[in-house]
Structures are given as structure tokens and as C-alpha cells.
Design a protein around this ligand. Structure first.
Ligand SMILES: Cc1cc2nc3c(=O)[nH]c(=O)nc-3n(C[C@H](O)[C@H](O)[C@H](O)COP(=O)(O)OP(=O)(O)OC[C@H]3O[C@@H](n4cnc5c(N)ncnc54)[C@H](O)[C@@H]3O)c2cc1C
Length: 408
């Protein structure tokens, strides 16, 4: 079985971009990545976790160890209230390998370096602005007035995707979630190690996540309620010193480790990750020779811990589909393989997020969570969550179009 697609333009050199390019290369399709930023990992910040399912997808194309090298194993989550009291603890099912926590900048750079090592070309400073499907190929133009062409265009250009609007001008846009994101690594936290567990501290005015490694170094992220929407550029125009002051103020009444972590942080290390956004369901995943992957088509809330993992799953599955089917059938097969799963994960996170910031919800959570957790842990066995983490891709299994479908 051979793919009839020979070349691909991949727009976006974040997480999904280099991974889809490597999956396409394995599938026999030559991909070139075009990234708007002038260099790899420029201006990206914050930390994220790659869950067992994401690592498995990366292992399919031999990239799992690249991520493990820049990551720290994460064996569970501890939820605390503003006073530092532990409300609940979660661990993934024991038979699954730990997730990996990585700084976004490190992860972007590691993936992009690996793609380069495999001979994939990434061109920086190329912001896609237009695309035309000529019937025989897809022609794109960039903001610097240069052009490129290929058999297919893969939009891996994130939650504010331009390719999504080119595929469907009426496509939904992300909505501001009322929170601004910040993060920082800390050389010496002065806190006991969290032994591979991510601590999530729900404070009186904002929430903070942190990890402390065995040597006392660590890192934190904060989601700060902020009524006025701000772009990343607007948020970064405010001096880091000023944001740190605002963050320390937001945690001043808390007795969790968050105030101490903020006090130990150097403004020079502050990463301003910008507005947190939610993305409604995207009705159209592909049109003609253009298709979407990653946050461009299924952005999961950060609280799902799954955004990057499902991005790489989709990237690998898209490669498999284009290996076996002509592009139209491949895109239909890809959506069939992916839509139900990603929407289930996104909707589960939306349910978790509801009312997170309200003081009434906070009180109810603090009072009820320990009881609810005892009951829930008895009723909802960790294995019931396993469907998210156990997803496996069988690369060698041929992708076929079912008889009777429009494409058969
Ligand atoms: C604060 C925060 C915390 C998160 N925590 C987690 C977590 O713990 N676990 C997890 O799995 N996920 C997490 N996520 C989600 C995760 O970061 C995303 O799901 C993941 O980055 C998606 O990868 P992507 O490649 O699709 O998009 P991105 O990583 O956003 O990459 C898109 C790339 O496209 C480029 N681009 C955009 N437009 C153009 C254009 N017109 N032309 C050329 N290039 C363009 C951008 O510059 C960027 O490099 C978090 C997200 C945020 C914001």
C-alpha cells in the first residue's frame, strides 16, 4: 500500500508540527515545517505534562525518549486548599508509566531538533496568511511575501489557527476563560521534594501548581483570574516585577507553599504565558487538500493535562492515514479515528473546570472534596479513567475506508 501524497506543508512548529512532520516522513511523505516565530521555542513558556497515551504515540515514531530526556516523571496529583490542607490525591492506574512534566520551551526545542536531525526542514519567520487549493496542489503565501506549494497543507498552527479560518471562514474562535497564565522555574524553593507529584493549590484568589525536585529546585504555574482579556503581547508589556507583585498579592492570605514560591522567584525567570482560552467544537476538520491537527482542531483546557498528548496522537494518526489513503479519504478516516475521543476528553475537562474560580464553589469544594473523594475513590476506580491513558496506535495496521462511506 503506498500513499499518493508525496509532499506536505506543515504550518506551525510547536508540538503537533514537528511530530506530524516526523510521522509523515515515516509514512513516506516529505514534509517541510513553516513557523511564524523567528527561532525555535521563542517566547513560549510554562510547563506541561505529556501523559502515558501521548508518550505512547511518540514512541510509535521513535520520539518518546527525546521527551523523556527533557522531562521529569510525574506520578500523580495532590490537590490542596488555601491553607495547605490536602483535599485529594490522584494517581494514574498503577500499570501505566508515569507522565512526563516538561517546560514548553524545552519540549518545543527537543522536538524541533529531533525533526532537524531526521532531515526535516523547518523554516522560521514564516507566518502563513493565505492558501489556495488549486485542485492539483495547495499554494500558500507568507507575511513576508514568499510562497510555497505541496500536495497537502497541515494546519498545526495552534488555538488561534489561521488554517482553520481558511478551511472554514465561519469556524468558531477561542474564548477567553477569564484567567491569565504565569510560570517560573525556581533554583532553590526551600521546600521538601514533592516526590514526582504535581501539587495543585486552590488559593483564595488564584490557583497555583508546583513541583519540587529531589535537589530542592522546582517550578510553579499560576492561573490568575483577570476580568479584562489581554493578549500575550499586552501581558508581556507589563514588567515582570509588577506581575510578581500582583501574584504575591493574590496569594497573600494563603497558607499553602504558593506565597513562599512566589517570594523565591526572580522576575528575570517569570514566564508570562498569557490568556487561557477555551475552544468550542470545530465542525470542519478538513477541506480539499487542507487539514488541521493539534490545538488548531481540538484544544483541550490546560486542566485536562491532555492537550499536548492528544495533539501528538492526532499527528501520528494523520501520518498513518496519509500513508494508506488518497488525501480526501485519509482526512475522512483521520477524523473518524479522532473526533469522538478528543471531544470526550475536552468535555470531561469542561465539566471539571465549572465554577472553579467562584468563592462559593471554593468553600463547597474545601468542605466536600475530602468526603466526596472517599466515596468517589471507592466507586470510581482509577481504572475507569484508564481510557484516557491507555490509547494505543497500531502503526502497522492498514487504514481502510469502510465500504458504503462517501469515499469508498
Ligand atoms: C498555560 C497552559 C498550560 C498547559 N498545560 C498542559 C498540560 O499540562 N498538558 C498538556 O497536555 N497540555 C497542556 N497545555 C496545552 C498544550 O500546550 C497544547 O495542547 C499544545 O501546545 C498544542 O500543540 P500545537 O502544536 O497544536 O499548538 P502550539 O503548541 O500552540 O503550536 C502552534 C505553533 O504554530 C505557530 N503559528 C501560529 N500561527 C501561525 C501562522 N499563521 N503561520 C506559521 N506558524 C504559526 C505558533 O507560533 C506555534 O509555534 C497547556 C496550555 C496552556 C496555554
Amino acid at each position: 500500500m503506498t500513499s499518493q501524497t508525496r509532499s506536505a506543508l506543515v504550518v506551525g512548529g510547536g508540538i503537533a508540527g514537528p511530530v506530524v512532520a516526523m510521522a509523515l516522513q515515516k509514512a513516506g511523505v516529505e514534509a517541510t515545517v513553516y513557523e511564524a516565530y523567528p527561532s525555535p521555542a521563542d517566547s513560549v513558556g510554562g510547563g506541561l505534562s505529556i501523559a502515558a497515551n501521548g508518550l505512547n504515540a511518540l514512541d510509535v515514531i521513535g520520539v518518546g525518549d527525546v521527551v523523556r530526556r527533557v522531562g521529569t516523571p510525574m506520578r500523580g496529583t495532590v490537590m490542596q486548599n488555601w491553607a495547605g490542607k490536602v483535599l485529594a490525591e490522584f494517581s494514574p492506574p498503577a500499570h501505566l508509566p508515569p507522565a512526563q512534566f516538561a517546560w514548553r520551551g524545552d519540549l518545543y526545542r527537543a522536538l524541533s531538533d529531533e525533526a532537524t536531525r531526521r532531515g526535516i526542514r523547518t523554516v522560521y519567520g514564516k507566518r502563513l496568511v493565505a492558501a489556495t487549493d488549486t485542485g492539483d496542489q495547495v499554494d500558500v503565501s507568507f507575511a513576508d511575501d514568499t510562497r510555497a506549494s505541496a500536495d497537502v497543507l497541515v494546519g498545526a498552527d495552534g488555538i488561534r489557527s489561521t488554517v482553520r479560518s481558511l478551511i472554514d471562514p465561519g469556524a468558531p474562535r477561542p474564548e477567553y476563560a477569564g484567567l491569565l497564565g504565569f510560570a517560573a522555574p525556581v533554583a532553590d524553593t526551600g521546600l521538601p521534594p514533592t516526590r514526582g507529584r504535581l501539587h495543585l493549590s486552590y488559593g483564595k484568589h488564584a490557583s497555583c501548581g508546583y513541583l519540587v525536585y529531589a535537589d530542592g529546585a522546582g517550578g510553579w504555574f499560576v492561573n490568575l483570574p483577570h476580568r479584562e482579556p489581554m493578549t500575550v503581547a499586552q501581558a508581556r508589556a507589563v514588567p515582570a516585577q509588577e506581575w510578581l507583585r500582583v501574584l504575591r498579592e493574590a496569594f497573600r492570605d494563603d497558607r499553602s507553599p504558593a506565597p513562599e514560591l512566589l517570594r523565591s522567584s526572580d522576575p528575570a525567570d517569570l514566564l508570562i504565558t498569557g490568556p487561557l482560552e477555551t475552544m468550542p467544537t470545530v465542525p470542519t476538520w478538513s477541506r480539499g487538500r487542507m487539514v488541521l491537527v493539534g490545538d488548531a482542531v481540538h484544544a483541550a483546557s490546560p486542566s485536562s493535562g491532555q492537550g499536548a498528548s492528544i495533539a501528538v496522537e492526532s499527528a501520528v494518526q494523520l501520518g498513518r492515514c496519509l500513508r494508506d489513503l488518497p488525501y480526501g479519504e485519509a482526512f475522512a478516516a483521520y477524523e473518524r479515528l479522532r473526533r469522538e475521543r478528543v471531544e470526550r476528553i475536552i468535555n470531561a475537562a469542561i465539566r471539571t473546570n465549572r465554577n472553579k474560580a467562584s468563592p462559593v464553589a471554593r468553600m463547597a469544594r474545601d468542605l466536600l472534596m475530602p468526603i466526596a473523594m472517599k466515596v468517589a475513590m471507592r466507586m470510581v476506580k482509577p481504572e475507569k479513567m484508564a481510557w484516557q491513558f491507555e490509547y494505543r496506535i497500531d502503526w502497522d495496521e492498514p487504514v481502510v475506508t469502510p465500504a458504503g462511506s462517501a469515499h469508498a
